[in-house]
Design a protein around this ligand. Structure first.
Ligand code: NAP
Length: 280
């Protein structure tokens, strides 16, 4: 079925607009028996405008799978990739990026993130990111799994260039609503929500089912519509099956009502105090 609504976009600090609904790839490309379906799923997503594809050097096999899926379609895609903290030194970041470029068989990564904060001083990683931008190997950079203190530390070093913070956000993990989301909003930085369906565990939740029934929608669609109710949030669900990708695309056709939101709040608690940033 054709999606009713056009792909919504979110504007990065650079001014570039990217799809609000992209595609994750964690655990994709690991099982040869699933490869054909996974390639088809990513291509279905591209056909439906979900052209932002998230990956990481840590996701074994995913970069190679993306290479195959986007063959001949690189210009349509906005590729988000991540460097492991242990590699994120001045020289190590460059090496990791070049390795990812080789895996992807492309000349640039659109958005390169520090996967989480490790032992390497942030200014070293930032310096490497800036060099990669100057060399045309990445277009933009950002961070992932950064809590408010980490963001403040980052902004002590540089304010203009970071494009996003990719963090865990879904109905069962709402901690960032307390402070981090507001921090990002105040700094005009979109949040990229990972595990928006809570790794699939939200499927089967009764409260979600009830809201879904009212909209003649699927639970995954409601979970995604809930994350996407914020205009500056990008969601990157992973789906290895084309029918799931099509279903997810339909989330943009759903407008949750105040009653839906109240019903979901009754089951999935909003934070009432600071919760240290949760990660998967
Ligand atoms: P997720 O997207 O919340 O959930 C993925 C699971 O949901 C898969 O089992 C998938 O099944 C299932 N699913 C997807 N659409 C569905 C639908 N319409 N109906 C029923 N089931 C559906 O979990 P995630 O993979 O953890 O997170 C998404 C992406 O975020 C990752 O792939 C990765 O790119 C990124 N991520 C980043 C970090 C970080 O530290 N920065 C951490 C975790 C994840 P099928 O595959 O069988 O379709």
């Amino acid at each position: 079925m054709e999606p009713k609504s056009a792909m919504r976009t979110v504007t990065l600090p650079s001014g570039e607009r990217v799809p609000a609904l992209g595609q994750g790839t964690w655990h994709m490309g690991e099982d040869p028996a699933l490869r054909q379906d996974e390639v088809a799923a990513l291509r279905t997503g591209l056909d439906l405008g979900m052209t932002l594809i998230d990956t990481a050097e840590m996701y074994i096999g995913a970069e190679d799978l993306i290479r195959e899926a986007i063959a001949g379609r690189r210009e349509e895609c906005f590729i988000v990739d991540k460097v492991l903290p242990a590699h994120a030194t001045r020289a190590g970041t460059i090496r990791a990026c070049e390795n990812s470029l080789r895996q992807l068989v492309t000349d640039r990564i659109d958005l390169y993130l520090l996967h989480w904060r490790g032992q390497v001083p942030l200014d070293e990683t930032v310096e490497a990111f800036e060099r990669l931008v100057d060399d045309g190997k990445i277009r933009y950079w950002g961070v992932s799994n950064f809590d408010v203190k980490d963001m403040n530390d980052l902004f002590e070093i540089i304010e203009i260039d970071p494009q996003t913070n990719q963090v865990l956000y879904n109905l069962t993990h709402r901690g960032i609503e307390w402070d981090l989301m507001k921090w990002c909003h105040k700094h005009d930085m979109p949040t990229m929500a990972y595990s928006p369906i809570d790794e699939g565990t939200l499927i089967g939740n009764r409260a979600l089912d009830r809201v879904a029934e009212r909209h003649r929608a699927s639970p995954a669609q409601v979970a995604l519509a809930w994350v996407l109710r914020h205009p500056d949030v990008i969601a990157i669900p992973k789906a290895g099956k084309s029918e799931h990708v099509r279903d997810n695309r339909g989330a943009l056709d759903i407008q949750l009502t105040p009653r839906d939101l109240r019903d979901l709040d009754n089951v999935f608690d909003a934070p009432t105090a600071k919760i240290p940033l949760e990660v998967t």
